[in-house]
Ligand binder design. Structure first.
Ligand code: MN
Length: 445
């Protein structure tokens, strides 16, 4: 578990003016990691850290030999030795003390009080974000998607089982399905509406055709840094040590295909055509100020002993503000702004990331560097805080209206869904996740 330290100090400012703008996603207290290149140089992928409106090029910084100790070892592992495989995996496998050492070293270099000679050297390693492209920051080893919002589970469960929306297991453990790592893509990558088999309500035989109930799921993605050996579960008290950081994740869902196929083995083709992640990974250390207690109402089942401990109770949850907007094809044509359709916080989730990690490994399953755990759809307690369109429209029956008057029961071709997220707490900086964007294209052919 990360404790608060001087890198979280709200009074810390950078010599880079844009990092000190109020409302900036990437102040000196954030320092998230990505894999980037310049837009006009699309063959030079390497690791970078966001600061203000710039990217600190870690390959260039490595060449300056400014770092010492653990930070020097960390940047040696993060630099791009082979442009074809640029990823953060090697650095992520090193563990908390290296992640932290590199964060602290970069913080010191960007701090307002650093000497002019150092500042000039570091400044030469900055690339404007307006001229950058991003790709997958991590070679995703495996992808597992959880189901941990009780509000989402109730809203969706009610559509199928009005009298008994929650399944018997939901309040006892974080439940999940094993997803597909190969179709996890970086923000900005469009995908084609999938074809598939579905059963109309009250139908007697399924039909094959384009998905008619295309949906998004607002989620966070947790990246595993260092894994565990097969047969060696990660105890709850150790779970935080294995977590590298968090991104925004959209678990695109073809609801008609999913609901026909998922009984009894769970989601398959309704989910595996595309999952979109945001480019920047915000580290667990950056998130330390925004941790909040894990709570469970007294009249609900309390976690079994292996999913319960003091640290998780005290600060197992994270208050991350989240927002979803839709930009339709017509919005783009006419230059209109996207419509915000929901706002919520991750703090409402029924289970914590630590409990998900422990549950995943309790039987002996080995997590690996680069494993991605989806939080499950994040829906808050109010109807307007729902993290999927199927909830916002009550199964498609009550369409939502976009700001230009267009109505949506489910997503249409040309719709782009944009997730954004940020943390703020009194006495601490506001840090942002940036944006996760994906667009639904028509069926192939
Ligand atoms: Mn999901």
């Amino acid at each position: 578990m990360n404790t608060l330290n001087h890198t979280h100090d709200i009074k810390a400012i950078s010599w880079l003016a844009s990092a000190n703008d109020p409302g900036c996603n990437f102040p000196i207290q954030n320092l998230p990691f990505a894999i980037f290149t310049e837009a006009n140089r699309a063959d030079h992928w390497r690791a970078g850290v966001a600061i203000g409106d710039q990217v600190l090029d870690l390959d260039a910084l490595f060449d300056k030999r400014l770092l010492t100790g653990f930070a020097a070892e960390a940047i040696q592992n993060i630099r791009n030795k082979d442009q074809k495989v640029a990823s953060l995996n090697s650095f992520m496998s090193m563990g908390q003390e290296y992640w932290s050492a590199l964060r602290h070293a970069i913080f010191d270099l960007l701090l307002h009080s650093v000497g002019l000679d150092i500042k000039n050297v570091v400044q030469s390693c900055l690339i404007p974000q307006s001229n950058t492209l991003y790709r997958m920051p991590v070679n995703v080893a495996n992808y597992t998607d959880f189901y941990t919002s009780i509000h989402h589970a109730r809203n969706v469960g009610r559509l199928a089982r009005p009298d008994n929306p929650l399944t018997a297991n939901f309040q006892w453990m974080p439940i999940a399905y094993h997803g597909r790592a190969s179709s996890v893509v970086i923000s900005g990558t469009p995908f084609h509406r999938p074809m598939g088999q579905s059963m109309a309500l009250g139908g007697i035989a399924p039909s094959y055709g384009p998905c008619l109930r295309m949906d998004f799921e607002l989620e966070l993605g947790l990246f595993i840094g260092n894994g565990n050996a097969l047969g060696n579960p990660i105890h709850l008290s150790e779970a935080e040590n294995h977590m590298f950081g968090v991104c925004l994740l959209n678990d695109w869902s073809a609801r008609d295909i999913q609901f026909w196929e998922m009984d009894p083995l769970g989601p398959f083709l309704g989910k595996n055509f595309c999952t979109t992640i945001s480019p920047w990974i915000v580290t667990m250390e950056a998130l330390a100020p925004y941790r909040v207690p894990f709570t469970r109402p007294d009249n609900e089942p309390q976690p079994l002993a292996y999913l319960e401990d003091e640290g998780n109770r005290k600060h197992g949850s994270i208050d991350i503000q989240l927002e979803v907007s839709i930009e339709s094809a017509r919005n783009r044509e006419l230059g209109q702004a996207a419509s915000t359709i929901t706002k919520t916080s991750f703090k409402h989730q029924y289970w914590t990331f630590a409990q998900m990690v422990t549950q995943h490994t309790v039987g002996g399953c080995n997590l690996q560097t680069g494993d991605l755990l989806g939080s499950g759809t994040i829906s808050g307690p109010k109807q307007e805080e729902a993290g999927a369109i199927i909830e916002l429209t009550k199964g498609g029956k009550e369409p939502i209206t976009l700001s230009n008057g267009e109505k949506r029961s489910f997503l249409q071709d040309g719709d782009a869904v944009i997730l954004s997220g940020w943390c703020h707490r009194e006495g601490f900086a506001r840090i942002g996740f940036g944006e996760n964007r994906g667009e639904v294209l028509p069926i192939v052919g």
